[in-house]
Design a protein around this ligand. Structure first.
Ligand SMILES: C[S@@+](CC[C@H](N)C(=O)[O-])C[C@H]1O[C@@H](n2cnc3c(N)ncnc32)[C@H](O)[C@@H]1O
Length: 211
């Protein structure tokens, strides 16, 4: 009952947010350092330095689109940082490299693609620590499935994501720390931890790479 009420409240809040955007469109940020930062699949996160992009037209979303294989609003080589947190797993297998190539197209030379995804290796750790309870990892593995854009199509670990980034031509793939990182002064799924069997397991794989 409490869970259902929470879900209803959340749904209403999101609907209200979408309604607000229909009335007032958010203004694009202008950063004092001149940097262009884009946040793809921002969800409810609204960091004022970022141009927010999401399939759901929430109040703070500047560009509402699910077609992220083509970011027509951005010219080639115009963006300093592309940030995607727990979004890549929502992309169908056939579109995955197209999305990464598109991120590379919009980035300036030397620009950064910063990614966070559920780490399959960590989910296995959670699964084992839970006594092989599949429900412990189902949301992280398959998405919450509470709206049309909350379904997962892909799984990643450090090896797979690094391979993909290299295949597309990114270089210098390294980990980034959500608690100590430029342009990341907000809390999102990049620092998500799961409590299981008295342990806290950090379940996100956070990698960034340079164009
Ligand atoms: C799991 S949420 C992550 C939200 C936020 N980044 C965070 O870490 O808390 C995934 C977000 O990606 C958005 N999304 C999913 N597929 C998308 C697509 N093809 N294009 C744009 N946004 C998408 C969803 O609407 C949702 O807001």
């Amino acid at each position: 009952m409490r869970k259902a009420l929470y879900a209803l409240r959340r749904r209403l809040k999101l609907q209200l947010s979408c309604l607000k955007r229909r009335i007032v469109k958010p203004a694009l940020p202008k950063n004092s350092d001149g940097k262009v930062l884009i946040h793809i699949g921002c969800g409810t996160t609204n960091s004022p330095e970022f141009i927010n992009i999401d399939a759901r037209p929430l109040a703070h979303v500047h560009i509402a689109t699910s077609e992220i294989t083509s970011l027509a609003d951005f010219g080639s080589g115009t963006v300093d940082l592309v940030y995607m947190c727990h979004v890549l797993e929502h992309i169908k297998k056939g579109d995955l490299t197209k999305v990464l190539f598109e991120m590379k197209r919009v980035l300036k030379d030397g620009g950064v693609l910063r990614i966070s995804v559920p780490d399959f290796d960590k989910l296995i750790e959670v699964y084992n620590a839970s006594g092989k309870d599949t429900t412990a990892i189902s949301n992280q593995l398959m998405g919450g499935q509470d709206h049309q854009y909350n379904i997962h199509y892909g799984i990643f670990n450090q090896r797979r994501l690094s391979e993909l980034l290299n295949e597309v031509g990114f270089r210098e793939v390294v980990s980034w720390d959500p608690d100590n990182c430029q342009y990341h002064d907000f809390k999102d799924r990049a620092s998500r931890r799961m409590k299981v069997d008295g342990r806290e397991i950090m379940i996100s794989l956070n990698l960034e790479a340079i164009k």
